[in-house]
Ligand binder design. Structure first.
Ligand code: UDP
Length: 372
C-alpha cells in the first residue's frame, strides 16, 4: 500500500485519487480553493447550474474516457453552437457554410472555397508560422479580420502574429451547414452539473479530502510524510521559479442574475471585435435547455486578464519560449523530484480539454499500477 498525496481536487487529481484508492492505496487530497472540482466547478443558482470558471462543454472521441465519465453523470444532448457578435453583426461559429453565407452571400461549398482561395493568396503560398497566417490560410482575410483577430488578441493579450498556429486549429472549418463547434464523436453537459462528478469520483473508501489547504504551507512535511505526490499545480511554482516563470493567461468572471427568461437566446455569444473588453457572454440556462426558475436567468461576462503571480491561472501560453522552459522544468522534475508526478493543465503546462485531462490521468494510472 502506497501513501499518496494528491495536490489539487480538479479533474486530474480526482481521477487519479479514485483509481489509486480503488486499488487499495491510501490517498489524501488537498485543495487550495474552498471547494472541490477545480475549474470545472459548477454551482446551482436560481435552479441553473452555473459554470463558475467559464463554460465547460464535455466532448470527446475517446471511448475509454466517454465510458469512464458515464459512471458519474448522465449527459444531455447539448451541442455547442456559439454565435459571434461583431459590432452587432451576427455570425455562426465554427467557420462553416452558414458563416460563409452570412459573410459573403455564397450558397454552395464551391463558391465558399473560391472566395477563401482568393483571400488566402495574400500569403503567397507561405507555410503558416503564426496564428494570423494559419487563420488566413484556413478561412481567408474577411473572417480573420471580423471573427478572429479582435477576439484572439483580447483573449491572449498579444498580437496574433506572436501566437502559435495550433490555437486556431482547435476550431473546425467545414464546407457544410453545420454549427457544431466540435468534431468529436460524443458531446454533452452533465445533468446536475460538474461538481457532482468530482464528488462521486472522490467518494471512495481510502480517500480523504481537505479544502482550503495550501500545499506550500506545509511543503516539507508533505514531502516527508508521503510516498508519492501527484501535483496538479503550476510546475514552475513547485520549483520556486528557479529556471524562470512560465506564462499564463488570467480571466475575470462577472456573473449576474437577471429577471428575464431569456437574455441572449444562446448559451455562448462571442464578442469578436477588439473594443468590447469581454470575449464572451455565457447564459448558463441554455446548456440545460431553459431549465431554472421562471423569469430568471444567470449570465457571465468573461474578461481576459494579464496574469500576475498569485492570480488564478487559466490558460498556459504555449509559445516556443514557454514550451522550452516547461521542458527544462520537466527534466528538473525527473532528476530532483522522482516521487512527484506533475499532471493536468498546470502540472503539464498544456492547453488540455477535459477529456484529455481524464485520458492523461488514466494513462498515469496505467503506468503507476502496471505491476499491481
Ligand atoms: N477564436 C476566435 N474567435 C472566436 C472563438 C475562438 O478567434 O469567436 C480563437 C481564439 O484565438 C481562441 C481559439 O480560437 O483562443 C480557441 O478557441 P476555443 O473556443 O477553443 O477556446 P476556449 O473555449 O478554450 O477558451
Amino acid at each position: 500500500m502506497t501513501k499518496y498525496l494528491v495536490v489539487g481536487a480538479g479533474l486530474f487529481g480526482a481521477t487519479f485519487a479514485r483509481e489509486a484508492a480503488l486499488r487499495g492505496h491510501q490517498v489524501h487530497v488537498i485543495e487550495k480553493l474552498d471547494h472541490i472540482a477545480g475549474h470545472i466547478y459548477t454551482k446551482e443558482i436560481e435552479g441553473i447550474q452555473v459554470h463558475e470558471y467559464g463554460a465547460h462543454i464535455f466532448h470527446t472521441s475517446n471511448e475509454r474516457v466517454w465510458q469512464y465519465v458515464q459512471q458519474f453523470a448522465t449527459f444531455n444532448r447539448y451541442t455547442n453552437a456559439p454565435i459571434a457578435n461583431y459590432q452587432g453583426e451576427i455570425y455562426n461559429l465554427p467557420f462553416n457554410m452558414n458563416t460563409f453565407h452570412e459573410m459573403w452571400g455564397v450558397v454552395t461549398p464551391d463558391e465558399a472555397r473560391q472566395k477563401i482561395e482568393e483571400q488566402r493568396r495574400v500569403l503567397n503560398g507561405k507555410q503558416p508560422e503564426n496564428l494570423e497566417e494559419q487563420a488566413i490560410s484556413l478561412i481567408g482575410t474577411d473572417i480573420y479580420e471580423k471573427l478572429i483577430k479582435g477576439y484572439t488578441e483580447k483573449q491572449w493579450g498579444r498580437k496574433a502574429t506572436e501566437l502559435p498556429p495550433f490555437i486556431i486549429r482547435r476550431l473546425p472549418v467545414r464546407y457544410i451547414y453545420d454549427n457544431n463547434y466540435f468534431n468529436d464523436k460524443y458531446q454533452g453537459i452533465p445533468i446536475g452539473g460538474y461538481t457532482q462528478i468530482v464528488a462521486k469520483m472522490l467518494d471512495v473508501p481510502g480517500i480523504t479530502v481537505e479544502i482550503n489547504t495550501d500545499f506550500y504551507d506545509k511543503r516539507d512535511e508533505y514531502l516527508r510524510d508521503y510516498d508519492r505526490i501527484i501535483f496538479t499545480g503550476m510546475i514552475d511554482q513547485f520549483f520556486d521559479y528557479q529556471l524562470g516563470t512560465l506564462g499564463y493567461r488570467g480571466l475575470r468572471f462577472e456573473t449576474q442574475i437577471l429577471n428575464v427568461d431569456n437574455y441572449q437566446g444562446n448559451a455562448v455569444v462571442n464578442y469578436t471585435d477588439a473594443q468590447t473588453p469581454f470575449t464572451r457572454i455565457i447564459e448558463h440556462k441554455h446548456f440545460e435547455f431553459g431549465k431554472g426558475n421562471h423569469g430568471k436567468t444567470v449570465i457571465t461576462h468573461e474578461y481576459p486578464q494579464t496574469w500576475h503571480q498569485g492570480d488564478e491561472p487559466y490558460y498556459p501560453i504555449n509559445d516556443m519560449t514557454n514550451n522550452t522552459l516547461y521542458k527544462r522544468y520537466h527534466e528538473l522534475a525527473t532528476q530532483k523530484a522522482p516521487n512527484v508526478v506533475f499532471g493536468g493543465r498546470l502540472g503539464q503546462y498544456r492547453y488540455y480539454n477535459m477529456d484529455q485531462v481524464i485520458a492523461a490521468a488514466l494513462q498515469l494510472v496505467d503506468r503507476e499500477f502496471a505491476e499491481d
